[in-house]
Design a binder for this molecule. Sequence first.
Ligand code: SF4
Length: 451
Amino acid sequence: MPLSGIEIFKLLPKKNCGECGVPTCLAFAMNLAQGKAELDACPYISEEAREKLSEVAAPPIREVVIGSDGRVVKVGGETVLFRHEKTFVNPPGIAMLISDAMDDSEIDARIDKLNKMVYDRAGFILRPEMAALRCDSGNPNRFGDVVGRVANSSDCSIMLISYDPSIQAAALEICKGKRPLIYAATEENIDEMIELAKEYTCPLAIKGNGLIGVAKLTSMAMQSGLKDLLIDTGARSLKEAFTHHIMARRAALVGKVKELGFPTIVMACEMSDDLLMQTFIGAIFIAKYGGIIVLSDFQGHSLYPLLLARMNIYTDPRRPLAVEEGIYEIGKPNEESPVLLTCNFSLTYFLVSTEIENSRVPSWLLVKDTEGLSVMTAWAGGKLTADVIAPFVRKCGIESKVKHRKLIIPGYLAPESGALEEELGGEWEILVGPREAANIPAYLRTIWQAA
Ligand code: SF4
């Protein structure tokens, strides 16, 4: 039974200190009851209360982890219906189908794709993370061979597709410890699949006939003590699958239906034979609640847009995309190489680093954390002013990497140059670089070389 706001309040420290982001413990309790707050926001909760409240504070869509090392996939953990309310937390896993009926060369080629399809987008590494291994041969030995081959040659997470518990058991033995996803328990095999999921401590996918069918099966699995479940309503038309996703999410979040509070599986590979259509389906379910999306193949022109859509949807809409603060090496800089400064708004970083690369002048790029704001906005907001930049230059470690003491700042920060020299005790000469990233190559090749 979920606790009411008042019942939760009784378990809180009642300090009314406001450190959780709301002024009183009562307001925090109400937010917790509505799933709008996280327990960790209050630093004073006792262990005893935490235990009692953890059920209340658990996200309405359970967070499930697939894989044990390498490309571990974490799905679910969602608390909102709409991205603008808060943020979507765990991006869906994208899986490529590998059938044991494929010949060995095709299987190796697919493993190769899983390992090599990696994209760098404005400092963010995008890549798929799952192999969905399907037993079509009906032969446990052949399936086991394919499972072993993938497990030994790739760090991707694994989904095992077979409705036959004996085939699943053989495959699970081979990838023991890798925490694969077992797909799927159905009305016919649920008892055996539950036992396997328990024995091997693996997440279990439940495939039912529609939402009610799924809820019936998840209820059985939950009663047996299993918690890490994913659901597939069996819908294979876009309209029906989409409707089921919306209804399941609403039921879990608004209706508090625990039986549907699990991440979902979208078998796009079974919804169309056309890879572009599968991409289209994948994009829809990235936007609306897909947990794992299984495609029949990966091709750059279809995979990359999906990875990009996923990155965009699963970023906090209230925070601009940002890269980490620090020193970035571009080319192979040495102690004589130029040192440039920029903000950590990822688009700015991407443009600046690309233009430095284009200049072919190996450089050090200092990226200051401006909370994802661009140079101008950060400067106007006091996040990229002389008194902020100077301590960063001192602490980041650049002084041990270069012999010279010349720092190139963005042209927009020209008004800060004098103050920055002062803040740095006159040890650094501040050079005002170009305003636009496009002019960096010319600057580095001419003005820097002459400086
Ligand atoms: S941080 Fe904890 S003690 Fe302080 S107001 Fe929030 S709930 Fe109460």
